[in-house]
Design a protein around this ligand. Structure first.
Ligand code: NAI
Ligand code: 15L
Length: 276
């Protein structure tokens, strides 16, 4: 497969999208932005909802690959997750099929396996084929996206790398993130590898930097050609001084891989508290 050049970036106005708009062009990509919100600095962006199938097809047409970041990125009422993440991702794959796009990189999440117990010391790294245990409707939508990707590979020959991103922010902001942080620069390295590796079929990988406190297996990502260069450990002293060490036994927010997603009441709790 020739290296893709024109890449549709959905979710271009979001946190990761904004970072990738800066970090991916030096790898030789021409990015086309798509988002329901205006994309600052991208006057040519397609500003549309993932439910707008016509707009999606226009956006997808003529691209070589898609980096699919758009969607709800935290827990939300099921109906909202259904529309943006489940139906929206289906609409995207249908647009790709109709327009002949052969490679998608899907932003999955650690929350697809969020109820995996935090591994004890000296436990083996969590493999990508660990049973899926979504911690939210949000995490469940990422399981759907991974299965959809498998279906479109098996049935239509569209290749996908599903990247179960840990925490992709400029810096880690919790002791949990010391394990799952993916620096923006490593994110760009991983997305580039996922866009260009040969014969990926549907491959699921974890997405993080080479953190000293890593809890999952990066071998599948490395097999794509990903070579992480960052390690969150340089942030550890300050975070541990502020928050204490990770405490899976004593702190419910540390008991599972998904962290506080497994314990925090869904964010609509205040609005609909009588029904909870
Ligand atoms: P974000 O919430 O900052 O960005 C998501 C973007 O998608 C926003 O610009 C939003 O306007 C757009 N969007 C939402 N619904 C849409 C719709 N129906 N139609 C069109 N656009 C829509 O999220 P972030 O942090 O940039 O994450 C990007 C992707 O990576 C998301 O899919 C998220 O689930 C995934 N991810 C991110 C992680 C992180 O640490 N930042 C960790 C794990 C997964
Ligand atoms: C995610 O999936 C979210 O989109 C992101 O905002 C972070 O909360 C991240 O997971 C995380 O687990 O830290």
């Amino acid at each position: 497969m020739p290296a893709p050049r024109t890449v549709l970036l959905t979710g271009a106005a979001g946190i990761v999208g904004t970072l990738m708009r800066e970090l991916l062009p030096p790898y030789g990509y021409e990015l086309r932005s798509f988002d329901v919100d205006e994309v600052p600095g991208a006057p040519d962006a397609v500003v549309a909802d993932l439910s707008d199938r016509e707009a999606l097809r226009r956006a997808v047409a003529g691209t070589d690959a898609i980096l699919h970041l758009a969607g709800i990125s935290l827990e939300a009422p099921f109906e909202e997750v259904l529309k943006a993440n489940i139906e929206g991702t289906y609409n995207l794959y249908e647009a790709a099929r109709a327009e002949g796009v052969r490679r998608i990189v899907f932003a999955s999440s650690n929350h697809a396996v969020g109820y995996t117990p935090w591994p004890g010391q000296d436990a083996p790294l969590i493999p990508v084929d660990t049973p899926r245990r979504p911690d939210t409707f949000y995490g469940l939508s990422k399981c759907f996206g991974e299965d959809l990707a498998q279906l479109y590979w098996d049935r239509h020959g569209i290749e996908t790398v599903s990247v179960r991103i840990g925490s992709c922010f400029p810096r880690p902001n919790s002791v949990r993130m010391l394990s799952v942080w993916m620096s923006p620069e490593d994110g760009a390295r991983l997305f580039h590898a996922a866009l260009t590796a040969e014969d990926v079929g549907h491959t699921v990988v974890y997405g993080s930097s080479a953190n000293t406190r890593l809890v999952w297996d990066l071998a599948p990502a490395r097999a794509l050609g990903y070579e992480p260069r960052d390690d969150s450990e340089r942030f550890a002293e300050k975070l541990v001084a502020e928050q204490g060490e990770l405490d899976p036994e004593g702190n419910p927010d540390h008991a599972y891989l998904g962290g506080a997603f497994t314990t925090t009441p869904p964010r609509w709790a205040d609005r609909h508290s009588r029904t909870l």
